[in-house]
Each structure stands twice: as structure tokens, then as C-alpha cells.
Design a protein around this ligand. Structure first.
Ligand code: G6P
Length: 364
């Protein structure tokens, strides 16, 4: 593809900086202030059907799977429907029980990933209802699905996904709000979420203004042989995605772990040469997260926190703007996209085309 890079040195850099506009697009025309909900024209799911859903299962690969993990949490929180995400590649091969009261959602930037498409086809063959959360209009997965949401991120050229990830998480917030408002989410909470959604583009712009600080940090971290990413509940999928982004474009080994599981293994790895990136939202788990930082510090581990306020136990904190608790995961990974990008630059990597990877894997 050859879209204009618009003065950026890579598509990745351009796409990171397009995120405020991209989020604006996924929201546009969808918010209904009168009923504190959203309209999703392509969903093809009426209120009666929405109320009959007993579970939600989200399927995707790579970055889309991580966006789905965030989506599952939002659906569970706002709509109170049990929801989880699973790699489509695993789901396909485990002869999963297909349940008529489960809503299946396939997530894909390209809409062409073979493992996701094959999962959709298998589900449809078994009579399941499948929605798509897809970027590319008219793609195979979009056509195969019974309905869905286009994420309107615009063309994404860099092999690793940034703006589409962010837009996909916003699309899930819209779906969670919509499902919530057909069920037990109050008008008041609906309003609260809508206000939060409207703040996102300006908050993204604010985060991107810290690029210089992140670039300096990246110089320091680019020397690491390995990095640990931790988060708890809302922060965990953010840690997963940040870890994936780092390994994809820098080839630095990175591992993501739930902060709550540190004591069951990864603490053994902690030493000054293994830095930890901790996602520390200002939510009801803040104190628990602080305790984890303390555990790491006590073992001389170096810590970079992404948080809503300066973290005393961290060596450095990237402070991001606070949104509603449920929407915080949409924002918290954005500085870490920049961290991966600048670390890859220091290392002289081929950022838009990392070795051994393809933008979409359309074969078995
Ligand atoms: C490939 C790409 C990833 C992407 C994944 C899923 O592995 O390198 O960046 O997340 O496919 O792609 P999709 O188009 O289905 O979101």
C-alpha cells in the first residue's frame, strides 16, 4: 500500500498520531443523548434478542484478541453479561461447545485473518449468531457475520496495529453501552459513559503530547534484554498488548502477567536488569497495585508506571488523563505504543515491516 506518510518517518508513527481523529470517527453519529445510549446501525440485533443473550464470546488473533479482552470486560461491567475473549486460532481447534444463547463476536482489523474467518464459518454452520467488529469494510469476516460494528480506524499500513486497536476498544465500549442500556445499565451510568467517550479524542491528544518524555524513556529501555509488563483486571489486557507491541517491533523479549500472579512465579525473575512496566489505573485496585510495585522495588527491580498519578515506588511514571474507570483501558496503552516505537527506532528496526510477521495471515 502507498498512502501518504504525511511527514512521518513510518506508517506506525503516522497511525499512532491519527488516533484522536480515528476515535472521533468511530463515535460520530452513533451517540443518542436522548436515551443515553448508542445506535449501531449494522448490529442487526433487536432489543428482545439482545436481552436473551446469556454469554458473550469474543474471538480474534494478535492485537485484535487483546482488544477483545478489553471488550469482554466492558461488556461484563456495563451489560452484566458474562463475557470472555479467546484466540480464534485456539477456539477453532478445541471442538468448543456452541451455545444458542451465546453471542459470538469476531474481531479483526483486516477482516481476512484465516483463523478468525474459519471460526466464524464453523460457528455459523452450527447455527450460532456471530457479529463482526471489523475495520475493513466489505472484508470476508464482515460479509460472513450476521451483523456488526465497523471500527472506522481508516487504512492501517504498519504491520503492527495501533489506531485500529484503540478504535476497536472504543467500538466495544459502544457495544457494551448499547447492550447495557437494553438491560440494567441506568440512564445515569449511560450518561456517564457517553461523557467519558466524548472526552477520549482530547485525552489522546494530551497523551501524545508527552512523546518527548516517552522517547527519552525508550532510549533507556531499548537496552533491556527482556521486560515484564503487569496489570490487574482492567490493566491486564493493556499490559498484554503493550508487551506484544514491544516484542513485535523491537524483538526484545517481553512477557505480560497479571500483577496478582507475581508472587506465583515472576517475582523470581526480578532483578535490576529486568525492568517492569506497570499499568496502574486510579480505580478500586490502586492499593493492590501499589503493593505489587513495592514487592518489585524490594527486590531492586526497575519500574516504569503508566498511571493517573505519579507513583512513588516507580522509577518513572507516565501520567495519563483519567477517564471513567471502565474506559481507562482505552487510553492507558497509548504511551506504550510510543515506547515500543521509539525503542525500535533506537535499535534501528524495520518498524513498519517487522521480520517474520505479516499484516494479515490469510492462510492456515
Ligand atoms: C497479524 C498481524 C497482527 C494482527 C493479527 C490479527 O498477526 O501481524 O498485527 O493483530 O494478524 O489481524 P486482524 O487483521 O485479524 O486484526
Amino acid at each position: 500500500a502507498s498512502y501518504d506518510m504525511g511527514g512521518h518517518d513510518t506508517y506506525m508513527h503516522k497511525e499512532i498520531h491519527e488516533q484522536a481523529d480515528a476515535v472521533d470517527r468511530v463515535l460520530r453519529g452513533r451517540i443518542d443523548d436522548r436515551f443515553s445510549t448508542v445506535h449501531l446501525g449494522g448490529l442487526n440485533l433487536d432489543a428482545r434478542e439482545a436481552r436473551r443473550i446469556r454469554r458473550v464470546k469474543i474471538l480474534g488473533c494478535g492485537t485484535s484478541y487483546h482488544a477483545g479482552m478489553i471488550g469482554a470486560q466492558m461488556i461484563e461491567e456495563l451489560a452484566r453479561i458474562p463475557a470472555d475473549a479467546e484466540p480464534a486460532s485456539e477456539f477453532r481447534y478445541r471442538n468448543a461447545v456452541v451455545d444458542p444463547d451465546t453471542l459470538y463476536i469476531a474481531v479483526s482489523q483486516s477482516g481476512e485473518t484465516y483463523d478468525v474467518l474459519a471460526a466464524v464459518q464453523e460457528l455459523k454452520r452450527k447455527g450460532a449468531r456471530v457479529l463482526g467488529v471489523v475495520n475493513v469494510v466489505g472484508s470476508a469476516i464482515a460479509r460472513e457475520a450476521d451483523g456488526g460494528i465497523y471500527v472506522h480506524a481508516g487504512p492501517e499500513v504498519c504491520v503492527v496495529s495501533t489506531k485500529c486497536f484503540t478504535n476497536t476498544t472504543v467500538a466495544f465500549a459502544l457495544l457494551a453501552l448499547h447492550l447495557g442500556r437494553t438491560r440494567d445499565l441506568s440512564v445515569r451510568d449511560g450518561k456517564r459513559i457517553i461523557e467519558g467517550l466524548r472526552k477520549l479524542p482530547a485525552q489522546i491528544a494530551e497523551i501524545l503530547k508527552q512523546e518527548e518524555l516517552v522517547r527519552e524513556l525508550a532510549e533507556e529501555y531499548a537496552e533491556s534484554r527482556s521486560m515484564l509488563f503487569i496489570g490487574r483486571v482492567r490493566g491486564y489486557p493493556v499490559a498484554r498488548e503493550a508487551s506484544l507491541k514491544l516484542k513485535e517491533i523491537t524483538y526484545i523479549h517481553a512477557e505480560a502477567y497479571p500483577a496478582s500472579e507475581l508472587k506465583h512465579g515472576p517475582l523470581a525473575l526480578i532483578e535490576p536488569a529486568l525492568p517492569t512496566v506497570a499499568i496502574v489505573p486510579d480505580d478500586d485496585l490502586l492499593e493492590k497495585n501499589r503493593a505489587a510495585l513495592e514487592e518489585i522495588k524490594a527486590r531492586s527491580g526497575k519500574i516504569l508506571a503508566v498511571a493517573h498519578q505519579e507513583q512513588e515506588k516507580a522509577d518513572r511514571t507516565i501520567v495519563v488523563p483519567k477517564n471513567e474507570d471502565e474506559l481507562d483501558p482505552i487510553l492507558m496503552g497509548i504511551p506504550l505504543q510510543l515506547l515500543a516505537y521509539h525503542a525500535a527506532k533506537v535499535l534501528g528496526r524495520d518498524i513498519d515491516k517487522p521480520r517474520n510477521l505479516a499484516k494479515s495471515v490469510t492462510v492456515e
